[in-house]
Ligand binder design. Structure first.
Ligand SMILES: Cc1ncc(COP(=O)(O)O)c(C=O)c1O
Length: 314
């Protein structure tokens, strides 16, 4: 964390409940312009704002280190997890919130959005940038000074089907930012999955087999209550790679717990597996063991770090 901080990056606690309370409000359906429309306006009360100010004072967060953003809701476009369904102000609520923040003594330095996690198409960022441009324009005409834009996360990794890589997303983003935000602006990004997702591969072992309705079922030693929790929480569809080769057949791969929901895959073709076989599951470095449980007595998987570089830096 110290090293990351030294590069000029920062850690966001913008999703912590206090800060979220100020800048994000429940929203309704988004319109075609990129931001939400149609839901009830729900402004933050002065009491809530003063709670935030007390929080800032209590923790001694001084202005240069503390960037306050107004989170805006962005219409879901080709992403798997819609992060604007729960948080983010609608465009029509932005200015009442800004004025409320201002009268509570908060210095809003810019706007933050998140296009949604596991965003599949770089172009999905463009309507969001256009919506934010409108907000910046009105802000400057109403004498608010914004110096920062937080473009959130959303960059995907490829699970079972190939998706555009980080550089393709960055190309579209840089062009969009250059065209729409020629002013001298600090741009912050908060990529999550695209940084850590491919850093981990899960190794699971086949611990049981059965034939049900003529389909082979393989029971493995981790499931949706463990590292495959991303299947439930994050709608992730992980690729299973067998160590063994052979004719491929349809099969079901299930986790070890007693729960019938504990199914890892129903539509992947695998060779006939034997008990004790290993399967590799790439892309397990984000939204996996962090939400794993020990349900039914199966502990989350152990994490092993294999990089020499990591070892030498410990
Ligand atoms: C505020 C915020 N920023 C960034 C991220 C990271 O998103 P992603 O993993 O899609 O890049 C999240 C994920 O939930 C988030 O809530």
């Amino acid at each position: 964390m110290t090293k990351i901080h030294a590069t000029g990056s920062a850690f966001s606690y913008g999703r912590s409940y206090l800060i979220r309370l100020v800048f994000n409000i429940p929203t309704g359906e988004a319109d075609d312009n990129g931001t939400d429309a149609g839901a009830q306006a729900e402004c933050i009360s002065e009491k809530q704002l003063s709670t935030i100010v007390d929080f800032i004072n209590e923790y001694g967060i001084d202005e240069p280190k503390f960037l306050e953003f107004l989170g805006v809701a962005i219409k879901k476009r080709n992403c798997v997890i819609d992060l604007s369904s729960k948080f983010g102000a609608q465009e029509k609520d932005v200015f009442p919130l800004l004025y409320a923040a201002c009268s509570a003594g908060l210095n809003v330095r810019g706007v933050a959005f998140h296009v949604g996690s596991q965003c599949k198409t770089p172009d999905s960022y463009l309507p969001a940038l256009r919506a934010v441009r409108r907000i910046f324009d009105r802000a400057s005409s109403e004498s608010f000074t914004f110096d920062t834009l937080d473009i959130g996360g959303g960059l995907p990794i490829s699970y079972r089907s190939p998706l555009p890589g980080v550089s393709e997303f960055c190309d579209v983003l840089s062009q969009g930012l250059e065209k729409l935000f020629p002013e001298n602006l600090r741009i912050i990004a908060e990529p999550g999955r695209s940084i850590s997702g491919d850093a981990m591969t899960l190794v699971v072992r086949v611990i049981g087999r059965s034939l049900r309705k003529n389909i082979p079922w393989y029971y493995i030693d981790d499931g949706v209550y463990g590292a495959f929790s991303g299947r439930l929480f994050d709608k992730c569809d992980y690729r299973l790679i067998p160590e063994r080769s052979g004719p491929l057949t349809p099969c079901v791969v299930a986790g070890p717990s007693c729960d019938a929901t504990d199914i890892v895959s129903t539509d992947q073709m695998l060779p006939r597996l034997e008990i004790g076989d290993l399967l590799l599951v790439p892309g397990m470095g984000a939204y996996t063991s962090v939400s794993a449980t020990s349900f039914n007595g199966f502990p989350p998987p152990q994490i092993l770090v294999t990089s020499d570089q990591w070892d030498s830096e410990q």
